[in-house]
Design a protein around this ligand. Structure first.
Ligand SMILES: Cc1cc2nc3c(=O)[nH]c(=O)nc-3n(C[C@H](O)[C@H](O)[C@H](O)COP(=O)(O)OP(=O)(O)OC[C@H]3O[C@@H](n4cnc5c(N)ncnc54)[C@H](O)[C@@H]3O)c2cc1C
Length: 285
């Protein structure tokens, strides 16, 4: 079945706020978001950055019913020197009254060319700048049934989704969050109506070691894991292999890949992960 293309709009920067030394909160406005409803706590958008710093232009959706697939083929057909960079981000918050969307950007690298266009853009963004926004669409979240204990694990790129998920939890569930960041200065205040235990992991300590040693409350567990792709794989393997969680109870998404950009083609492992994830999602009902 072809999926229809989510709405595309140009967002204008109306707020810029440093959250931590390596995380910048950018608020964008567009009339398109007035009255918009959140569809999942980790809903994602595709952001577009023009190569010349101006207004990004993306192709219109084809009218032949080919949906996202047809649109993506058109996007790739734009000559590279004119094709805007496309990157995935999480909607940290959506204000449907003001038509505003909040996105928290990790500033990775040193701001040079190697940092990547999205991180570079975020580091320099100022009021009035523009970016293209496709979405929102659901990312990896699947709402578990009943009272399952939520385990949320990831690095700083997953922090916006973890923070939004914790805020949206019902008060009568328990959650454990394990979050890997550079150091103590990268920790953020997290709030939730639920009973939450947060474990901050400072590099060089790793997410997988922290998840291995965390004690989970008794009962059924539903896990959500995102961040650097090989770390996500290791955590999933541990949860399914050593902790014995049902595959369907582990939602996992590689948010970035070491030494590869989001322009690089998916590796075989990425494709295998995505297929497993879709199969698991399809069987949860
Ligand atoms: C569904 C989804 C939601 C996401 N939500 C967020 C979000 O809310 N906030 C956020 O900051 N990121 C988020 N990410 C991750 C973000 O899309 C990637 O980090 C992306 O690669 C950044 O693009 P770039 O142009 O800065 O770097 P790219 O051009 O893609 O990569 C350039 C280089 O930087 C490296 N790199 C990329 N990201 C990182 C990183 N975080 N730390 C260290 N090195 C890195 C790459 O390995 C590569 O070598 C999300 C990803 C997905 C798939």
């Amino acid at each position: 079945m072809t999926q229809p293309l989510p709405p595309y709009t140009i967002g204008r920067v109306v707020g810029v706020e440093p959250l931590t030394p390596r995380m910048r909160r950018i608020t964008c406005a567009s009339d398109r978001w007035r009255g918009a409803r959140s569809i999942a706590p980790d809903q994602q958008v595709k952001l577009f950055f023009a190569r010349d710093g101006g207004t990004p232009e993306v192709p219109a959706a084809p009218e032949d019913g080919s949906g996202i697939g047809g649109w993506y083929a058109r996007y790739l057909a734009v000559p590279e020197e004119r094709r805007p960079w496309m990157r995935s981000y999480t909607v940290r918050a959506l204000d449907p009254d003001a038509g505003r969307m909040v996105i928290d950007f990790v500033l990775h690298g040193d701001g040079s060319h190697d940092s990547g266009p999205a991180s570079r853009w975020a580091a320099r963004a100022a009021i009035g700048d523009v970016l293209g926004v496709l979405g929102p669409a659901v990312a990896g979240y699947r709402s578990p049934s009943g009272q399952a204990v939520r385990l949320l694990a990831g690095d700083e790129t997953a922090l916006p989704a973890i923070a939004a998920t914790l805020e949206a939890l019902p008060p009568d569930v328990r959650a454990v969050a394990v979050i890997e960041v550079a150091d103590a200065a990268e920790q953020q205040e997290l709030s939730s109506p639920a009973e939450v235990e947060v474990h901050w992991v400072h590099r060089p300590a790793s997410l997988i070691d922290a998840v291995r040693s965390v004690r989970l409350p008794a009962g059924e567990v539903f896990a959500w894991v995102a961040g650097e792709a090989s770390a996500v794989r290791a955590v999933r393997r541990h949860l399914v292999g050593e902790r014995g969680l049902d595959k369907r109870a582990v939602a996992f998404t590689g948010y970035w890949r070491r030494d590869l950009t989001q322009d690089d083609a998916p590796t075989e492992q990425d494709v295998a992960d995505a297929t497993e994830q879709m199969e698991a999602a399809g069987t949860t009902g």
